[in-house]
Design a protein around this ligand. Sequence first.
Ligand SMILES: O=C(O)CCC(=O)C(=O)O
Length: 267
Amino acid sequence: MTLNNRKWNLALLQMDIAIGEPELNYAKLEKLLDQAVEGETKPDVIIFPEMWNTGYALDRIKELADEEGQRTHALLSEFSRKHQVNIIGGSIAEKQGSQIYNTIYAYNREGSRVADYSKIHLFRLMDEEKYLEEGSHIGQFELDGVSSGMMICYDIRFPELSRKLALGGAQIVFVPAEWPNPRLHHWRTLLMARAIENQMFVVSCNRVGISGTTEFFGHSMVIDPWGEALAEGDETEQVIRAQIDLALVDEVRSRIPVFEDRRPALY
Ligand SMILES: O=C(O)CCC(=O)C(=O)O
């Protein structure tokens, strides 16, 4: 992307995840990565689902998590440099010392890690707080000069977080997820709301497939700052593609000047 061309091509790797089987998951991800860069339209940004390396194998997560993220860093830095593509590469189960985090790494086209973000709201319905540590900072960063943010799954239920990212300048927020049935209605509504209220792009990548008794419905989405769904996956494994024009952020923000009309002194 150049300064005059504010368009980005996105590729969302909506994959199935084999629970507790990192070998299978790395192999699957590499196959989908190759698929994402094949063809005429090269992606500018690729995004993966949440905890794609292990799934929610929480009772074995200490032995399965990527030690300091080393294996994932090697894969992402090489692939992003080789194909000159930005990657929102997670999240993964990451081991730091004796602690486990649910962490996204963002890589730029030069193969450098530009940011990481560990999930700050742990999801009790899936016992995350019993096995994982909370992150200690928000995910604000730049990619190709575009002010960006990242959140993970349950984070979309906290409008304060996306608003903070927007106030920090984010024009786009990336959301890796493992969001299960039967809450499709919550998923679509919350993602739409975060895009509309913050007048920014929201790009979410959910997994598909079944782990134990939990079913994951996909429906990864690319939503523009006006709340239009530019792309939405079905319930199968696939690479979802969409082109976005980042100029739309300023256009929508000047049409309805929400950020100028806020009354933070009152709330
Ligand atoms: O908030 C929800 O309904 C789903 C959240 C979730 O599955 C997660 O954060 O892993």
